[in-house]
Ligand binder design. Structure first.
Ligand code: ZN
Length: 175
């Protein structure tokens, strides 16, 4: 099982590299990313969150429901995005137990490659659009806490440092 990188970590602040072509190695990574995302009860996961500096993310707006809707986006780029913004409570697998209301545009159109190197375009809004914007940010080293006031962000980062410390020490005990 892939290990999810928790914030704060320099890996999460890097701008990721585009793929020249999707190969079996990437398809294997994507399969493992889905396993890690579903295991963590997440709805989206970007490659840097598992320590890979590539422009790949996955999402499933139906991850917590019966009907799964897995999507794979490689080398994604926005074609257009709404002016109108909506507020929604976001979380992130790199920030377990932390949530915050974030304003983002609603509707967007995005183009990307799928796992078979096919060019795709998707226009969407609501939850799917929200996840796409969050994951796309990950590929550019932007985290949801970067939209918060410095005070709120610092509180979360401090708690995450403590959480990582506790997690590491409990792992040591197991060994
Ligand atoms: Zn995230």
């Amino acid at each position: 099982m892939l290990k999810i990188v928790y914030a704060p970590d320099p890996m999460l602040k890097k701008v990721c590299e585009p793929l020249s072509q999707v190969d079996d190695h990437h398809r294997d990574l994507i399969k493992k990313m889905f396993e890690a995302m579903y295991e963590a009860n997440g709805v989206g996961l970007a490659a840097p969150q598992v320590g890979i500096n590539k422009r790949i993310f996955i999402l499933d707006s139906g991850a917590r429901e019966e009907e799964k809707k897995p999507l794979i986006m490689i080398n994604p780029s926005l074609v257009s995005i709404d002016d109108k913004t909506v507020s929604y409570e976001e979380g992130c697998l790199s920030f377990p137990e932390h949530f915050a209301e974030i304003d983002r545009p609603d509707q967007l159109t995005i183009k990307y490659l799928d796992e078979n190197n096919k060019k795709k375009t998707l226009t969407t809004d609501g939850f799917t659009s929200r996840i796409i914007q969050h994951e796309l940010d990950h590929l550019n080293g932007i985290l949801f806490v970067d939209y918060l006031s410095r005070l709120k962000r610092d509180v979360i980062i401090r708690k995450m440092k403590k959480f990582k410390k506790e997690n590491n020490s409990s792992n040591d005990k197991k060994i």
